[in-house]
Ligand binder design. Sequence first.
Ligand code: PEP
Ligand code: MN
Length: 295
Amino acid sequence: MRASWHEKFAESPDVLKSARCQQTVVPVLDMEIGGDEFITMAGPCSVETEFQLMATANHVRRVGARILRGGAFKPRSSPYAFQGLGLEGLKMLARARDESGLAIITEVMQEDDVPMVAEYADILQIGTRNMENYSLLEAASRSGRPVLLKRGMVATVAEWFRSAQCILDHGNPNVILCERGIRTFETAMRNTFDVAAITLLKEISHLPVIADPSHAAGHRELVPALARTAVAGGADGLLVEVHPNPDKAWSDGEQSLDFAGFDAMMDGLSTWLAARTQQLERRDAPGARPMEAVG
Ligand code: PEP
Ligand code: MN
């Protein structure tokens, strides 16, 4: 890694690769995020009903997802939109974990809620609107649960790294970065998917990187192609919204895949994931030269 990156991101030294740490692997149940396995996290934007959640959990597990997503506390763009089921939603997620064996990721929005959410979730999600909420970041760090830190919708990579540094500084090494699209002058899509940031992160940071093509695109028909782009860009996994009946979803239906759409996305990813595996094997082959030595 070039020395100039260390200068550019001098305020978040622990986020960068070093001689001591080239890749962090975050353990969650029986899996490792940031390791060789590509990890798909899938599920509804919001937890709505027992049926909706269980049907989705069972379906996405069958097709290869390892982690169930679902919001119980929802940060919404409109104050009048559905705000989530709260504790009841967390309990449904825990039941879904017991029945499906999937790990659970869910958002925590407030410092005071951290102990409660940490009791039910395997990974705490910090949403885009809270990326710079430092008291929340500290509390999430101290919970001891892995933290998935979404990129603020108007955050530079340097700002994102400073938030990750804050979580690391408070004693939690299990930080996962999630690119979910940023706001630009382009309005055709909900956000602009910054795939270059994914590639940069993999080049200079040891933290695992997850791509969220759903919030980046805002339109379900774009999600499979963005997911493929994320794999090609080097992401360690995906966070994708899936709903049994997206047109009836209580939030983010427009960008949610239905079950057939999820199957098609996973099917379309398989050749890309095979190429990723080959690349990892080449990297690990005896005699393979580290990147630094090339050129
Ligand atoms: C979500 O994952 O449903 C969500 C609200 O994401 P973001 O914080 O990226 O908007
Ligand atoms: Mn959503």
